[in-house]
Design a protein around this ligand. Structure first.
Ligand code: PMP
Length: 369
């Protein structure tokens, strides 16, 4: 059967996460620190909006780039937030959809994409699938934006610099100074920055600055899934200011021949979501962050996360994979760092679970440290 599969399938390695799931299948009521989505449900008023849209017959295709009212509302928000004069927008099937369209529209074989390591998994695999080259820039041990290393990594083949803040898997938020400096570096070499801000709302200590404030050539990707616990609704958007409107046009062309459009009843509900305040849920997640960090900081090497709902922690003994096996044998599901990195020295915790489970997980992990 092997010859029926394309060569690109061999460029993707799903083994890291699969191994965790295989090991986990025998567990009863584990502490599940592996899932990257909020543990609350879609707020009721937003569910009602989706149900209303379905009942009203909003069940057909929308324009490829998305529902006009939703796009207008996103556009007004971006104008207010960044002072963008004339944003270009496409509503995507989750941020994953936006990522695929971005890479389809921008990457030629051999083009280089600079990615701070650790990184969100999709980037590496889709870029590899398209024949692009990932240039990883190490951000260990504190996971601050490694601006000078990024500057050194730029070549005449560099097409994109990826920023993801707040970050999956580290939970780290890049500072205004680091982001401004990166904007200078990118501007000097005229390189597009793709800012994946799917966790923008999960921001705990100070503001989570966006590079879109400081750099005109930013391609912004944001989502609805994490903010409103609607990961299964598959909604996000990609946006640029006027100078990159051709990128959004080409991404729209790619959407026409792939996803066609984002799910329409959920696009309707997203209009209401843009006005929906989740500050109380963010406060709740901040207290979960505190519970986890305070519970582990004296036993583990852990950088205090400032956003998202992850912590990326150094594995006792030095091997992320080995420590993950030990944790799973003790009923705690975590993900080895090598799923998100070229190194295997850490593990990722998602603390998007109940406080009782977080505490149970802390107690077990402390015993294993
Ligand atoms: N970017 C990052 C950093 C993520 O963590 C995720 C989801 N885990 C995505 C993009 C994709 O999100 P979506 O479900 O909206 O496709």
């Amino acid at each position: 059967m092997k010859e029926i599969l394309s060569d690109r399938t061999s460029k993707i390695d799903a083994s890291g996460i699969r191994k965790v799931f295989a090991l986990a299948s025998s567990l009863k009521d584990p502490v599940n620190f592996s899932i990257g989505q909020p543990d609350f449900d879609v707020p009721e008023p937003l569910k009602e909006e989706a149900i209303k849209a379905i009942r009203e017959g909003q069940n057909k295709y929308s324009q490829t780039a998305g529902d006009a009212v939703l796009k207008k509302k996103v556009s007004e928000q971006l104008q207010r937030e960044f002072g963008w004069s004339s944003p270009s927008i496409i509503i995507t099937c989750g941020v994953s959809g936006g990522l695929l369209l971005t890479f389809l529209a921008l990457i030629n074989p051999e083009d280089e994409v600079i990615i701070p390591d650790p990184y969100f998994v999709i980037y590496k695999h889709v870029i590899n699938m398209l024949g692009g080259k990932c240039v990883f820039v190490d951000s260990y041990p504190d996971f601050k934006l490694p601006v000078e290393k990024i500057a050194d990594a730029i070549t005449n083949k560099t097409k994109i610099i990826i920023l993801n803040s707040p970050s999956n898997p580290t939970g780290v938020v890049y500072s205004k100074e680091q982001i401004k400096r990166l904007a200078e570096v990118a501007s000097e070499k005229d390189i597009l920055v793709m800012a994946d801000e799917i966790y923008e709302k999960f921001c705990y200590d100070s503001e989570c600055p966006s590079i879109a404030n400081y750099y005109e050539k930013t391609l912004l990707l944001r989502g609805f899934g994490k903010s409103f616990a609607m990961t299964g609704w598959r909604l996000g958007y990609a946006a640029t200011n006027e100078s990159l409107k051709n990128v959004i046009e080409e991404m729209t062309k790619m959407q026409q021949y792939t996803f066609v459009c984002a799910p329409v009843p959920f696009q309707k509900a997203a209009i209401a979501a843009l006005d929906y305040n989740i500050n109380n849920l963010v406060d709740l997640y901040k207290s979960k962050r505190d519970l986890l960090y305070e519970g582990l900081k004296d036993k583990f090497e852990i950088v205090k996360p400032g956003g998202a709902f992850y912590a990326f922690i150094k594995a006792p003994g030095g091997s992320g994979s080995k420590f993950v096996e030990k944790a799973i044998a003790n009923n705690v599901l975590i993900i080895p760092g090598n799923v998100f990195s070229e190194k295997d020295t850490h593990f990722r915790i998602s603390y998007a679970t109940s406080d009782a489970k977080i505490q149970e997980g802390i107690d077990i992990l402390r015993r294993l440290a």
